[in-house]
Design a protein around this ligand. Sequence first.
Ligand SMILES: C[S@@+](CC[C@H](N)C(=O)[O-])C[C@H]1O[C@@H](n2cnc3c(N)ncnc32)[C@H](O)[C@@H]1O
Length: 221
Amino acid sequence: MTRPKLLDLFCGAGGAGMGYLRAGFEVVGVDIAPQFDYPGVSIIADALDFAADNWREFDAIHASPPCQASTALTKGTNKGREYVQLIPETRRLLRATGLPTVIENVQGSDLRRDLTLCGEMFGLGVLRHRYFEVSGLEAVAPAHKPHRGRVRGWRHGTYYDGPYVAVYGAGGGKGSMAEWQQAMGIDWTDDRKAIAEAIPPAYTEHIGWQLATHLTASTAA
Ligand SMILES: C[S@@+](CC[C@H](N)C(=O)[O-])C[C@H]1O[C@@H](n2cnc3c(N)ncnc32)[C@H](O)[C@@H]1O
């Protein structure tokens, strides 16, 4: 049987894309910037323009619109800057395709929280809660596990120790590249900015297996 084909919008270096690859999908990523480390086929284009013209080539779509308009880390510093909020337009376009779709974004974003995934659910070294709005299939999250401690690093002049790594920003005490890669489960890129924007592939692998089962069942019906 041929592999199902997934369109990965706003693909970055492929944190999300790698999860779907591991779940057996053929993956095509689209990003406005070149993504040399992307683990599938990558295309440089505006994500929504590309999706509008090409969605019929795919069995399912994932989208991770830029989160700067929503994230708590930048909300305080967003004053005076204009971040485009792409979630509503992404949702409209994906819904119109009628395909099974997944939209992912940060905590605090304006997404339906069909699943909220956390690194501890997958034994990772990051907490990194993310919302997933899943349409066209039922997907379930693993049970949430209690956090084992703090995110280690400096905050307001105090150093906190703990089992989790802070994978964001460029400030001091944020962890080495090897720590970031291990904590996220990402070993195919050492692009710090791309990893800071990525999700752990374990999240989309978890959803990807459910999506693959759904597509197989729909084909058989
Ligand atoms: C949150 S990151 C994606 C991270 C990715 N899902 C991962 O897990 O590695 C958002 C990406 O959207 C890209 N981007 C921003 N505006 C875009 C647009 N209009 N079309 C395509 N990509 C865009 C950025 O270059 C960035 O790589």
